[in-house]
Design a protein around this ligand. Structure first.
Ligand code: DGL
Length: 274
């Protein structure tokens, strides 16, 4: 048994899709969520800046004596170096490996599509992880930089014409590649999954990367006897105004936010503090 909280972060609100699954799978856990809403998006930035931000985010969560770090951001997960991973000093996972395992378990044809932010697709992290598991697999990636602003601005209704038009363009090369599995490589994308599914067709399985990392956390805590007992709950920290976060968060959590939301300054945290 381990009563400490799970620390989880994303560049903004996207990681709340992981919180939603975690709360369902592990209702007794305490969750400390940090959304770097003052610096979102990460996915259009260069790798070094993304890494510096990630180190600050992790250092912030470690101040809260968490027992585990969940990186609920496809962009950060794709840009982590082995040195950064070694320096965390706690059990942790990003979304890439759990999602790659799920995609490899799902695919029959070995043809897997990957969509994500520009930094994620450029890193080729999902493709590498997939080929380590299934060497004969073929991957087809496309960056979808407009999805995050569309989702953050609430363009998520299944019949939203703007998002569908954009999605049709982004998904065209992946449709052409005749994949049977599509990794939604960014934690914002489950909000527009019905649109993506409509375009890809019912025979293509969508992999929700945030859900996969939540399942990893459940399995890790269970097998290492680190589950918490008692009532669970969430505390939220953001680097921009809590009001904006609270407004959007309901869309991601599938209900009104419960728990306190505090604004903090992450800029002042030294990236070497982890
Ligand atoms: N939620 C982040 C991810 O999973 C994307 C948002 C961003 O670009 O910062 O990649």
């Amino acid at each position: 048994m381990d009563q400490r909280a799970i620390g989880i972060f994303d560049s903004g609100v996207g990681g709340l899709t992981t919180v939603k699954v975690l709360r369902r799978l592990l209702p007794n856990e305490r969750i400390i969520y940090f959304g770097d809403t003052g610096r979102v998006p990460y996915g259009t930035r260069g790798r070094e800046i993304i890494r510096q931000y990630a180190m600050q985010d992790i250092a912030f969560l470690k101040r809260h004596e968490v027992k585990m770090i969940v990186i609920a951001c496809g962009t950060v997960s794709s840009c982590m170096t082995p040195q950064m991973q070694d320096s965390i000093g706690l059990p942790y996972s990003g979304v890439v490996l759990p999602a790659a395992q799920a995609a490899c378990a799902t695919t029959s044809s070995g043809r897997i599509g990957i969509i994500g932010t520009t930094a994620t697709v450029r890193s080729a992290a999902y493709s590498r992880a997939i080929r380590n598991i299934l060497p004969h697999a073929r991957t087809f990636g496309n960056a979808c930089p407009l999805f995050v602003p569309l989702v953050e601005n609430g363009f998520i209704q299944p019949d939203n014409q703007v998002t569908e038009l954009v999605a049709r363009q982004y998904l065209a090369p992946i449709l052409e590649a005749d994949v049977d599995t599509l990794i939604m490589g960014c934690t914002h994308y489950p909000l527009i999954a019905p649109i993506l599914q409509k375009i890809m067709g019912p025979d293509v399985t969508l992999v929700d990367v945030g859900e996969q990392v939540a399942r990893w956390a459940q399995s890790y805590l269970t097998s290492n006897d680190m589950l918490r007992q008692g009532e669970g709950g969430c505390e939220f920290f953001v680097s921009d105004s809590p009001e904006n976060f609270i407004e959007t968060a309901g869309l991601f959590l599938g209900g009104d936010i419960t728990g306190e939301v505090q604004q903090i300054s992450v800029d002042s945290i030294s990236p070497s503090a982890i």
